[in-house]
Design a protein around this ligand. Structure first.
Ligand code: SF4
Length: 280
């Protein structure tokens, strides 16, 4: 058994909230650079260059990439040989978010009750997803999620007969409906299979996968490439102002499902696809 003090979790989450909001991961930067090289529209290239400059300023001046610094989504993969000491794990995560959003001067965007809508003033609570894994390590991913793009996400409970073409139509319709509202170019996370909630969680996890890595399943890899190409023919373009770069990547995750269903979730993210990963 390995003992981990929960204050270590707090300290890491604090730093990760700040890091995620000030700089994008290398794979996202490379995708944006690639888009600048391949974008056909002059205005589109101009927008992409502005996004690139914005990224550089955020990183060098240590300020947020976007005013919407997101709701903190935290994934914890906890080894079954880990024992947490010193308090509640969930409270330690929330304390990290509290400190990170305060010390990093990040916008507090969370309301405590979805209908009464009073701001909690410290961006808590986080949305925490736990996975129990083998071993004695803890893997933390912090992915602050902006809601311009979150609001354009969709779940489709398709019929098995809709098949692969039905899935493609659903994903493309979500991208087209999102249009400029999702601050394109977008990263599109897709979950296919499982149940209603499982496909949504897979779509969220697909967003934190390296955008330069395709699915290991050959036909899913082909679908990722085809959907990206088709989305880039919609003409939505960078900032929704037209062009050939609407989508930077489509990442798809799959899971077994019931004989009577074909759930599909599309979690849309903007170009500020923030995620930071650490292993303790
Ligand atoms: S969708 Fe993304 S880029 Fe647009 S405001 Fe939200 S976080 Fe910022």
């Amino acid at each position: 058994m390995r003992n981990i003090q929960v204050r270590e979790i707090t300290e890491n989450i604090k730093e990760m909230c700040i890091e995620a909001n000030y700089a994008l991961s290398q794979d996202m930067k490379e995708k944006l650079d690639e888009a600048i090289r391949t974008e056909k529209s002059g205005l589109g290239r101009q927008i992409l260059n502005q996004l690139d400059e914005n990224l550089r300023i955020a990183q060098s001046d240590r300020i947020p990439i976007c005013q919407d610094t997101g709701m903190a989504v935290v994934f914890l993969k906890v080894g079954q040989e880990v024992h947490f000491e010193g308090g509640s794990l969930a409270e330690a995560v929330n304390e990290g978010v509290r400190q990170g959003y305060s010390e990093g001067y990040l916008r507090k965007s969370v309301v405590g009750d979805p209908l009464i809508r009073e701001n909690t003033r410290d961006n808590t609570p986080a949305v925490i997803h736990y996975d129990i894994t083998e071993g004695d390590r803890v893997e933390i991913t912090v992915a602050p999620k902006g809601f311009g793009s979150e609001n354009m996400s969709r779940v489709f409970m398709l019929k098995p007969a809709d098949g692969i073409e039905g899935v493609k139509r659903a994903v493309l319709s979500a991208i087209e409906d999102a249009g400029p509202n999702a601050c394109p170019p977008m990263v599109v996370g897709v979950g296919i299979g499982g149940t209603f909630e499982k496909c949504a969680l897979m779509a969220k996890k697909a967003l934190i996968r390296d955008v330069s890595v395709h699915s290991e399943i050959p036909y899913i890899r082909e679908m990722e490439e085809e959907l990206k190409d088709k989305a880039n023919l919609t003409g939505i373009g960078p900032g929704g102002l037209g062009g050939t770069t609407t989508v930077l990547a489509v990442n798809i995750e799959t899971y077994p499902t019931h004989i009577a269903g074909l759930p599909v979730a599309v979690n849309i993210c903007c170009h500020v696809n923030r995620h930071v990963n650490r292993i303790l």
